[in-house]
Design a protein around this ligand. Sequence first.
Ligand SMILES: [Zn+2]
Length: 443
Amino acid sequence: MKKLTTLLLVIPFLINAQVDTRIYDIIDAVSADHIEKDITTLVNFGTRHTLSDTTSTTTGIGAARRWIKKEFEQISKECNNCLDVFYQKNFVKKGDGARIVKDVWVVNVVAIKKGTKYPNRYIIMSGDIDSRVSDPNDFTSTSPGANDNASGMAGTLEAARVLSKYDFESSIIFVGLSGEEQGLYGGKGLAAYAKEKKWDVIGILNNDMIGNIKGVDGIISNTDFRIFSEPVPPTETDNQRNARRFYGGEVDGISRQLARYVHKTTKTYMPEMNPMLIYRLDRFGRGGHHRPFNDAGFAGIRIMEAHENYTQQHQDIRTENGIAYGDKLEHVNFDYAKKLTAVNAINLASIAWAPAAPEKVQIGGIVQPYAKLVWTEVPGAKGYKVYWRDTTSPTWDNFKYVENVKGTTLEGIVLDNYFFGVSAVGANGHESIVVFPSGIIRN
Ligand SMILES: [Zn+2]
């Protein structure tokens, strides 16, 4: 009898465990003042162009990256050396691309908060160190890059400050990438380094321009933001592509699932925000540092403002026809950058507190009045959520929660009319990214 009472008390707790109040603490801890201070410091380096001076202590990308490293080291000092801070660099030869007009070391600044349980599993948050003006190869002119992309860099530093106060099961990487404007070189270098080190990369949240709220179209919003994700990995095989024709998955690649995860966490904990799932790799014909991770087969998304102002990106500072061009500090909304930093921080935390995703999910129920899903057991998972949605819905709208099983049947759900996925849920309520089925059960 006593056992039964305990059980009854425990069950409502577990159901409520889907919300973790620590996540609200994380949102509250993100500081707009810190972000303003850091963007200001970055702007004051004059230019952070990848090919700019590296010897000065006050200007150029060398001074900027040394300052970023020192900031990470300071954060680490305050959490009992909880971060591994280092430079990850690659030598790029003159002429490697049209924007590499001289030999250069592309240097990223990396800070890793090691996971307590799964140190080799990594979720990454990135911003960019480098900036540019109208001519991408002009490495001497003043190039404040306040929004593009000191905002993402400052957000990354601030997320590190906030999350360094907690322990996580999986590792979190905070990184300032270089060489973005010259051809995504820093991301390419770190993605290759991750492969070489055999890191199990869950994905990257790439932050590029998270501080502008006034669009060139006249729209002003401090709650809209965009989550860009490509539909399917560029590394998929011909077999995988063929399978998609018959079993679906055109809009269900690993990056898209990461995007949906960020969308859902934001809706749950920051309902005042308006996350927009954008079904494309990036803006039309434009690039960002999540792409080299996608190229390497890793999940990666771009988080950014919804309303861009092109007169304040990649521009020489000047006034022309009454328009003040330039990516200057005065155009950045620090409170908005703080909100998008919080979006990152809560997703990093939730992913790093969650068990791994099931490695393989299989689906069956062809010509049956049910759908059946089976998956590989995940160590540390308390249960699993089996999701389904209308084929036209962008979000995982329905789920069934199950415990202590490696499969379940959804009675009355006809396989043909929905898409399905499975996530693993920890005892703390945090769940992994959803996995789309990659195998068929034929009976
Ligand atoms: Zn840019």
